[in-house]
Write a protein that binds this ligand. Structure first.
Ligand code: MLT
Length: 411
């Protein structure tokens, strides 16, 4: 008889955003006339930039002609996209990685989840807390998490990020093998400066730890002191893997495209102590389990870097950042303590009067018909916090903020 991967049975019944969707659907069924404003999952609302849709149309035409048809593509991504990424995201920023360090994929969620395939089951994992749930859940699936005790997995190191430390994690006291960092941060919307990130790169080199750096929100950075890539920090090319996404940058949540950088200089050890290149292993993994991102999607991603594409993407990002600014002002005016929203599309706030994250979720849904994400869903240190996204339609965002400003929270 087939047996299951028991690790899956350790996980809570549903993924955070599925749980929220199900609660909202139930509410909507009971209150069909409610005008719900969704600020929960970080899904974009603006249509794709024109440069992208034009590239899509053209790529579809390519597929309709035998002279320009594309079947299976390279598992690592087409050279035209890898070279374009290399130039725009790295070389032009003074970072020296190589095109074959870049692996194009169907998104950062898949890659941050799948990367565990090339890691041993005995690695000790560290995450910031609160954290994007994919890092934790996939390590549970991979047997690296231990048991869930009081909201924490027994083998995972949690690095708390709260108002107490200004959302800057302290170095762990116990040495981890793998450290997940996401900056600009999901869910808190906070950042690390170049100097603060250097502390982590230096620590990783000194302790032979591997950093998984999720930079899915780098396009939202507005402040000069915040690094766009971990490879801006000397030494990171020896100890870090970086994940990037076109989802939030260019509205690709429904198209699916991202990429992962695995410099050939990043290694980890095998049981006999020899070092192995992770680029080689990731390449092997991708060639076996992935047949490449669709040609038309890669052409769309390439268009993000054209002159028109860059201008249109900038406009989209400014639209969401304007939402974030308005939200920060309104939430602060409503007496809430708010963080993030300057270099990120997320606003992270303290729930009023110390009520729990889920209580606040229910209150906001029932009393204001606004959906957000309970902080505790991102980890134990998220209890007493709440996340709203700035990815909404501008008018809807204004309505939501008006509802909050008019709200008697203390009632
Ligand atoms: C979020 O809301 O945290 C993100 O949209 C989730 C994701 O990117 O998968």
């Amino acid at each position: 008889m087939a047996s299951v991967n028991e690790n899956f049975l350790k996980l809570p019944e549903s993924y955070l955003f599925s749980e929220i969707a199900s609660r909202v659907n139930k509410y909507k069924e009971a209150h069909p006339d409610s005008k719900i404003i969704r600020m929960g999952i970080g899904d974009v609302t603006l249509p794709l930039p024109k440069a992208v849709t034009e590239a899509l149309h053209k790529a579809v035409d390519d597929m309709a002609s035998s002279s320009s048809f594309h079947g299976y593509g390279p598992e690592q991504g087409y050279a035209f996209l890898r070279e374009t990424i290399l130039k725009n995201d790295f070389t032009d920023r003074g970072i020296s990685i190589e095109a074959d360090d870049i692996f194009v994929s169907d998104g950062a969620k898949s890659d941050t989840g799948n990367i565990g395939d090339i890691l041993g089951a005995d690695n000790v994992i560290a995450v910031t807390d609160p954290v994007y749930p994919v890092y934790v859940d996939t390590n549970v699936m991979g047997g690296r998490a231990g048991e869930l005790v009081d909201g924490k997995w027994s083998k995972i190191i949690y690095m708390s990020c709260t108002t107490a430390n200004g959302f800057v994690p302290s170095l762990p006291t116990e040495r981890p093998d793998v450290i997940y960092l996401c900056y600009p941060n999901n869910p808190t919307g906070t950042t690390l400066t170049r100097d603060q990130l250097k502390v982590w790169v230096d620590y990783a080199i000194e302790n032979d730890s591997l950093i998984m750096f999720d930079a899915a929100y780098e396009a939202f950075i507005t402040e000069e002191s915040v690094p766009h890539s971990i490879y801006e920090i000397p030494g990171a090319e020896k100890c870090a893997i970086e994940f990037r996404s076109f989802s939030k940058t260019a509205g690709f949540t429904g198209l699916r495209c991202g990429y992962t950088v695995v410099p050939k200089t990043v290694t980890a050890k095998r049981s006999n102590g020899d070092r192995v290149s992770l680029n080689r292993l990731w390449n092997r993994r991708q060639c076996t389990k992935f047949n490449g991102t669709a040609y038309i999607i890669q052409r769309a991603a390439e268009a993000v870097y054209s002159q028109e594409g860059k201008a249109q993407v900038r406009e989209m990002l400014n639209y969401y950042l304007d939402n974030a600014r308005l939200m920060k002002q309104s939430l602060t005016a409503a007496g809430l303590e708010v963080f993030g929203g300057v270099n990120a599309p997320y606003l992270w706030m303290k729930t009023p009067d110390g009520i729990s994250s889920w209580e606040f979720f229910d209150k906001l849904l029932n009393e204001l018909n606004i959906v957000g994400t309970p902080g505790v869903g991102f980890g134990p240190s998220g209890e007493g916090y709440f996340r709203l996204t700035a990815f909404g339609d501008k008018d809807q965002t204004k309505v939501a903020m008006q509802r909050i400003r008019d709200w008697k929270i203390e009632d």
